[in-house]
Design a protein around this ligand. Sequence first.
Ligand SMILES: [Ca+2]
Length: 383
Amino acid sequence: MIQITFVFLLISFSRAVFVEYRYESPKSCEHLTVPTATAYKSLTVDWMLDCVRQCSHDSSCLSATFDGSQTCFLFSDDQRNCSEPKYNHVFFVVEFAPVAMMLGSDGTSTVTAPTCLNNGTLDPVSATCQCYKGYIGDNCHRIMMDCTEGFYSGHYNNHYNGLYLIKPTAASEPFQVQCNMKDFGGGTFFMMNSQYAVNPSLTRNLDWNKYKDGFGEILVNSANWIGVEKIHSITSSRPHHLFVEAMDNIKWERRWRKYEHFKVEDESTNYRMTYSGSFPWTQTEASADPGWTKAIASTPLGDSMIGLNGSAFSTFDRDNDLDAARNCAREYQGGWWYNACADCNPNGQIKTSGNASSINELYWETDTINSHVVHIQMMLIAN
Ligand SMILES: [Ca+2]
């Protein structure tokens, strides 16, 4: 028996329709009949495509055939899967996916559309998959390694900030982060400490394991710290720049600073942190970067990480700072890359009144000598 299978794609209406035509040799087709007894419905239609439409609009229909004389038979099972092929009719198999129509033409070519995995949907115009929640690729088959890859993958154009899965190559498992997919070039956020957060009083005077694994809820506009192990896996998978955004309660501007080639090594080094340089990041710089479309302050954030390049991470129970006489993390009441100790305390407590600055306060020294920092967040963007 000769059997040739042509597969066309009909992208149709509410569901994808895959058309399979089975041609068999004339001898095996001598006694062909349509299995009308097993059809749950028969309809009069004008032509083959109307039969496809009927099936695609009927949630009970899994396959259908058109007998060539205006009768369409609908089946609740896949009638192509007969062990002994008996029919020379065109059977349509309907699969669930929201799409619109495209028809293969000459019967000799095969039109294929991607199978969209992980809840991806087929775009009706381009016949490409739209992926969600961090999946990318032609079939939404893999998880992006960081938010920047997702941002430039084409799957998340103009998506809003939200939660996505990432799988840095250095990470053993995927994990959830907040990504900027809208206006900040695909940033992977790794911390927020802000009076504007939904949980501004989140306790941050925590031990090594908490800072290693993360704390706070990974939600949009939620105070959190994703964990220095995750920061290590992101920055060691490929080069990233660190962007720091801070606001104080005098200027009330969201000002930014960029630290190039920010990298955190593994736990055996106590998560040693390095960067290659610190630069202003103002509207001038942002305007030259097509990923940044949101207006930001024209005044840059100052550099308050001077002296911290090369520091190890410390918490109150793991003193890795460079001041033998002090425990910086215990004094500052938050984990950070301290030297002896630091001109910033991103994981300090938010204070909005009184004289700045008590040592355990959230601060960014260069800009807030006479004010209080009320908001800070940090994100990573791949080179
Ligand atoms: Ca010390």
